[in-house]
Design a protein. Structure first.
Length: 518
C-alpha cells in the first residue's frame, strides 16, 4: 500500500543515464538542479557521474527511509548538495530553497504516478491541501475533472512558484499529465519556449501499464510556443508528430490536422452520452433460452415494456447487424430526474425486482444519484428513444461509427461508455454514418483526439466535425455505395430499403440534404 500511496517508482540508473544523455544532447549545461521527489537519489547519482556535473543540487524527499539513504550518500558540507526532508506539497519553493548560486535551473525527476482519488481509496494521506488549483467549476468537480495526478499538481506548483527562474523541467510522467500541463500553461498564459514528449516503455522500466514519457518543458516569460514535439523514444532524433494549439483548441497531430482543417466547425446534430446506471449486475440483462438473466445469474421476469436492447462498447466495435443484439437494459424512466414511484402501480414486477436489489443502488458512489428518485438512471431524454441512431464507443483508439435501427420494434440503447446521435429516419442515419466513417472524417478526428486517454473519443471531439463541409469536399459517387449498404442494414426498420444511385444523388445534392444534417 505504501508504494501505491506514494506512486513510488524509483528510476533505474540505466534510464537516468539515457535521460541525461537526451538533456545534454544540445550542449546546454545547468548550474543548478532541483529534484522535488528525489527518493533514494538515483538522479543525483547520475548527475554527479557526468563529465561536467552541475555546481549545485537540491533534492526534496518526504519518505524518511529514502531521505536518510540520500543524505548519507550525497549530502555535502560545502552546500553543493542538499537533501531536504520535506513535503513538496507544503514547502514554499520561493522561500524554502536556499541556493548559493543563480545560474540556469533544471528541475528533474520522477514524481508520483498516482491520482488523488487512488490515494483516497487507499486511505492514504500523501495529498496536497485541497484547493481549486486549476479553477474548476462545481459541475466539473462532479464529473471528474477534480481528480488529478499528483505529478500534475507538482508540475503546476513548480511552474507557478519558479516561473521567474525560467527553469527547464524534465519529468517522467504519464503522457496525459504532460498534455494537461501544456494546456494549463496555454490557458494561464505562462510562457513556454520548448516542449517535448519522448515516449518511454513504462512496462519495461516500471512494470506500469500506462502511456508515459519524458516530458521536457522550458519556461520563458518572453516565449509563447504552445506546441510539443513528440518522439517515439528517448533515442529518436526526429519527432513523429507535433501537438499544439490551433484557434484556441488543442490538436494531437498538427501536420495531419492542417491537411483537413477545413472540417473544423460544429456538428449540426447533438451528440449524447449513453445510459448510465452504475448497477450493471441488476440493470443489464442477457437473453437466454430460459428467458432474461441478470449479471448475478438470476432469472428476471418483469414487464417487457421496460426492457430495451443494449449495445456496449465492445458490441459496437464488432457490430454487423441489429439481429445480433443479445444484451438488454432496464429503463425505469423516460428522462433524467423523472420520479419512479409510479412503477409501484404501473409495473409491480419491476418495482418488486428493483426493491429486492436496492442495495446495489444504495451503494452507487457517484454524487449524481444523491437526492434523486429511487433507482434513477441518467443519459436519458427524448433522444434515447429515437428509432434510428448513430453510435460510437468512447474507449477505442480506432473509432467505428454504426447506424442502428429498431430491434423488435424497440429503440436500441448504448451504455455510458458510448455516444449517440438521434436520427429522424433511416436515410438520415445512413448519410451521417457514411460521412463519419469517411477517410477525411477519420483523419480529422484522429488529428484532434488523444488516443492515450482512458476515453479517447469524447463529446467535445465529436462535435467539432462539420458534416456540411465534409459533404462539400467529396463526390456523390464516393458515398452512394456506402449509403446503400447502410440502408440495407437498417431495412428491418420498415423504411425503403432499395435506393437507386439517382435517388441518392437527388437527396444528397438537393436541398433535402440540409434537412438531413441540420
Amino acid at each position: 500500500m505504501k508504494k501505491r500511496q506514494f506512486g513510488d517508482y524509483q528510476t533505474p540508473p540505466e534510464l537516468v543515464e539515457q535521460i541525461l544523455n537526451v538533456l545534454e544532447a544540445d550542449g546546454f549545461r545547468w548550474d543548478r538542479v532541483l529534484e522535488p521527489t528525489c527518493g533514494k537519489g538515483n538522479f543525483i547519482a547520475g548527475l554527479l557521474s557526468r563529465p561536467n556535473p552541475p555546481g549545485e543540487i537540491i533534492g526534496i524527499e518526504l519518505q524518511e527511509d529514502y531521505w536518510k539513504q540520500a543524505v548519507s550518500q550525497f549530502q555535502s558540507d560545502d552546500g553543493r548538495i542538499t537533501v531536504l526532508h520535506d513535503d513538496i506539497f507544503k514547502i514554499s519553493l520561493k522561500t524554502g530553497l536556499h541556493w548559493n548560486s543563480s545560474g540556469p535551473l533544471l528541475i528533474l525527476g520522477n514524481p508520483p504516478w498516482v491520482t488523488n482519488s487512488e490515494i483516497g481509496s487507499l486511505e492514504g494521506n500523501n495529498l496536497p491541501r485541497k484547493k481549486n488549483i486549476k479553477g474548476h467549476r462545481g459541475i466539473e468537480a462532479i464529473t471528474g475533472k477534480s481528480n488529478f495526478d499528483l505529478a500534475e499538481y507538482i508540475l503546476i506548483k513548480l511552474i507557478l512558484e519558479l516561473q521567474q527562474e525560467n527553469p527547464t523541467i524534465a519529468f517522467l510522467c504519464k503522457t496525459s499529465v504532460a498534455r494537461n500541463i501544456l494546456s494549463y500553461a496555454y490557458e494561464a498564459g505562462i510562457g513556454i519556449a520548448r516542449a517535448e514528449m519522448r515516449i518511454i516503455d513504462a512496462k519495461k522500466w516500471f512494470a506500469a501499464a500506462v502511456d508515459a514519457c519524458l516530458f521536457i518543458l522550458s519556461v520563458d516569460s518572453q516565449a509563447a510556443r504552445y506546441c510539443a514535439s513528440i518522439y517515439s523514444s528517448l533515442e529518436t532524433a526526429t519527432p513523429e508528430k507535433r501537438m499544439g494549439y490551433v484557434g484556441g483548441k488543442l490538436v494531437s497531430d498538427l501536420d495531419r490536422y492542417n491537411e483537413v482543417t477545413f472540417l473544423e466547425g460544429r456538428s449540426p446534430l447533438e451528440w449524447r452520452q449513453g445510459i448510465k446506471h452504475d448497477a450493471a449486475a441488476v440493470m443489464e440483462l442477457t437473453q437466454t433460452p430460459d428467458g432474461w438473466k441478470n449479471g448475478l445469474g438470476e432469472s428476471v421476469c418483469i414487464e417487457e415494456e421496460y426492457i430495451y436492447p443494449l449495445l456496449k462498447s465492445s458490441d459496437i466495435q464488432t457490430y454487423s447487424s441489429v439481429r445480433e443484439i443479445k444484451g438488454a437494459v432496464i429503463v425505469p424512466q423516460k428522462e433524467a430526474y423523472e420520479k419512479t414511484h409510479f412503477l409501484h402501480g404501473n409495473a409491480p414486477r419491476l418495482w418488486a425486482y428493483l426493491n429486492e436489489h436496492v442495495q446495489y443502488f444504495n451503494s452507487r458512489k457517484s454524487s449524481i444519484y444523491k437526492n434523486k428518485p429511487s433507482f434513477s438512471v441518467f443519459g436519458l431524454g427524448k433522444y434515447s428513444f429515437a428509432s434510428y441512431k448513430i453510435m460510437v464507443s468512447g474507449l477505442y483508439k480506432t473509432p467505428r461509427f454504426i447506424a442502428v435501427g429498431p430491434f423488435h420494434g424497440k429503440p436500441v440503447f448504448c451504455d455510458d461508455t458510448c455516444y449517440l446521435l438521434a436520427c429522424e429516419s433511416a436515410i438520415q442515419a445512413a448519410v451521417v454514418e457514411t460521412l463519419l466513417n469517411h477517410p477525411l472524417a477519420e483523419q480529422f478526428l484522429g488529428s484532434i483526439a488523444f488516443f492515450d486517454s482512458k476515453r479517447p473519443v469524447t463529446k467535445a471531439i465529436l462535435k467539432r466535425l462539420a458534416y456540411d463541409k465534409l459533404l462539400d469536399s467529396i463526390t456523390v459517387d464516393e458515398i452512394c455505395e456506402s449509403i446503400s449498404f447502410s440502408l440495407r442494414q437498417l431495412s428491418a426498420g420498415g423504411e425503403q430499403d432499395v435506393w437507386t444511385s439517382d435517388d441518392l444523388r437527388r437527396i444528397i445534392r438537393s436541398e433535402h440534404v440540409e434537412q438531413l444534417l441540420f
